[in-house]
Design a protein around this ligand. Structure first.
Ligand SMILES: Cc1ncc(COP(=O)(O)O)c(C=O)c1O
Length: 397
C-alpha cells in the first residue's frame, strides 16, 4: 500500500456507521469465545420466510426467471400489490403508481432522488430511522430533525411541522409505525399534517414498512387512503419476512410514474427477479395466515417485554402500537445509554441498541429493545438484566 490518502466524497465522510454494528460485532466475538448472548438489537424478524414464498422463489429460478424485469417491476406483482391495497385497506391504488424496488431502502433512495435538489430541506423525526438522514445527505439535501418526545407519542404534531417548515423545505418524511419507537400516527393527525404539507406545496413521504405489524387497530390506515398525492414506501422485509430477498415498493402520485420509471432504470435497472416471483406467493391466503400467526406472536412478545421492562424499572413512556421495538428510557440506571448498552452486553450478555443510532434528540436516555427473538429468549434476557441491575450500584450522579 502506498501512502496516497483515500479519495472520499464529502457525502461518504458525512455518513455515520450504525453504532449497533459495533455492538453486534462485539456480541458475535463474545459468542465465538463461548459466551451466550441474547440478541435484542436485531431489526429483522427471526422467523424464516414463509414456505410458499420460498417455493415460488425456487420455482422461478428453475423456470429460468433470472433475467431483468421491467424497471417498474413485474406487472403481475404490481397488480398483486394493488389488489392487496384494495382487499386489506379498501383503497384503490392503480398498479401504474406502484414501483417495485430493492427493499424500502431502494424506495427511499428513489423517492428522494426524484424530489430533492441540493440544499433542499427534508423534515425527519428525531429519533428516527438513521438511514433517512443519510439518504437525504446522499441527494445533497439537508435533513432537519423534528424533535419528537413521549408527550406526543414520539410523532410530530401538525403545529410542529408548520413551525419547522421554511422556504427551503421540500418534503416531510414520516414513518408509521416508526423505528425506533414503534408508535403510529393516527389518521386524523396524518390528515392534519398532510394539510400543512400540501398548504406549503411540499411533498409528504410516509414509510409504512412496519404496517402489517400492528397490534391494536388492525389494519392501520394507510396514508394512501387520505390522498393520492402522498408518496408511500413499503417493503416485503418486515411483515412478509423477506429481509434478505431485498424487495419493497414505492407508491407515487400518478404524474410521477414515468419519472420514477426513468430513475429506476438508471438506479437499479430492476429489483431482483426471483425475489419478485417469490413475492407473488406472499399474498396467498395460506401465507397471510402464517404471517398473521406471527403477528400475534409479536404482539405476545411485546406485551411480555413491556411489562417486564417496566417491572425492572425502565420507563416505557408510550406503549408502541406496532413494529417490533420498545424505546425505553434508562435514566433511572444511567446517564449515558451508549456506555450502558456496552456494559449490559459485557456484564449481562444482552445486546441492545443505544439511542445514539437514532439521532441527536436525547439519545443518551434511551435504549431500543427489539423483540425479534422468542419469548423464551426474552425471558432469559430479562432474567439476566434483573440479576445485572441487582448487582449494580444505583446511579449516584
Ligand atoms: C423505518 C425503516 N424504513 C426502511 C427500512 C429498510 O428496510 P428494507 O430495505 O429491508 O425494506 C428499515 C429497516 O430496518 C426501517 O426500519
Amino acid at each position: 500500500m502506498n501512502d496516497t490518502p483515500l479519495r472520499l466524497s464529502h457525502r461518504t465522510q458525512d455518513i455515520q456507521p450504525f453504532h449497533v454494528m459495533n455492538i453486534l460485532a462485539q456480541a458475535r466475538a463474545m459468542e465465538a469465545a463461548g459466551r451466550s448472548i441474547i440478541h435484542m438489537e436485531i431489526g429483522e424478524p427471526d422467523f424464516p420466510t414463509a414456505p410458499a414464498i420460498v417455493e415460488a422463489g425456487i420455482r422461478a429460478l428453475r423456470a429460468g426467471h433470472t433475467h431483468y424485469t421491467p424497471a417498474l417491476g413485474l406487472p403481475e406483482l404490481r397488480e398483486a400489490i394493488s389488489r392487496f391495497y384494495r382487499e386489506r385497506y379498501a383503497v384503490d391504488v392503480s398498479p401504474a403508481r406502484i414501483v417495485v424496488t430493492p427493499g424500502a431502502s431502494g424506495a427511499l433512495q428513489l423517492v428522494l432522488a426524484m424530489l430533492i435538489n441540493p440544499g433542499d430541506r427534508v423534515l425527519v423525526t428525531d429519533p428516527g430511522y438513521p438511514c433517512n438522514r443519510h439518504l437525504v445527505r446522499m441527494t445533497e439535501g439537508e435533513a432537519v430533525g423534528l424533535n419528537v418526545s413521549a408527550e406526543t407519542g414520539f410523532q410530530p404534531t401538525a403545529q410542529q411541522v408548520a413551525a419547522a417548515w421554511s422556504e427551503r423545505t421540500a418534503a416531510l418524511l414520516l414513518a408509521s409505525p416508526a423505528n425506533p419507537t414503534g408508535t403510529l400516527i393516527a389518521p386524523a393527525l396524518m390528515r392534519d399534517i398532510l394539510e400543512v404539507v400540501t398548504g406549503q406545496r411540499g411533498c409528504m413521504i410516509v414509510d409504512e414498512i412496519y404496517h402489517g405489524l400492528v397490534y391494536e387497530a388492525q389494519p392501520a390506515a394507510t396514508a394512501l387512503a387520505l390522498s393520492d398525492r402522498v408518496f408511500v414506501v413499503n417493503s416485503f422485509s418486515k411483515y412478509f419476512g423477506m429481509t434478505g430477498w431485498r424487495l419493497g415498493w414505492l407508491v407515487v402520485p400518478e404524474p410521477y410514474a414515468s419519472h420514477a420509471d426513468k430513475l429506476a432504470q438508471n438506479l437499479f435497472l430492476a429489483a431482483s427477479t426471483p425475489a419478485q416471483y417469490a413475492a407473488l406467493a406472499a399474498f396467498q391466503p395460506e401465507t397471510i395466515a402464517i404471517l398473521e400467526t406471527r403477528r400475534r406472536e409479536f404482539a405476545a412478545r411485546r406485551d411480555y417485554l413491556i411489562a417486564a421492562l417496566r417491572e425492572l424499572g425502565f420507563d416505557v413512556p408510550v406503549t408502541p402500537g406496532g413494529a417490533f421495538y420498545v424505546y425505553a428510557d434508562c435514566r433511572r440506571f444511567s446517564s449515558g445509554s451508549y456506555d450502558f448498552a456496552a456494559e449490559i452486553l459485557e456484564k449481562a450478555g444482552v445486546a441492545l441498541t443505544p439511542g445514539a443510532d437514532f439521532g441527536h434528540n436525547l439519545p443518551e436516555r434511551y435504549l431500543r429493545f427489539a423483540y425479534t427473538t422468542s419469548i423464551a429468549n426474552l425471558e432469559e434476557g430479562v432474567r439476566r438484566l434483573r440479576d445485572f441491575l441487582a448487582r449494580r450500584p444505583p446511579r449516584n450522579d
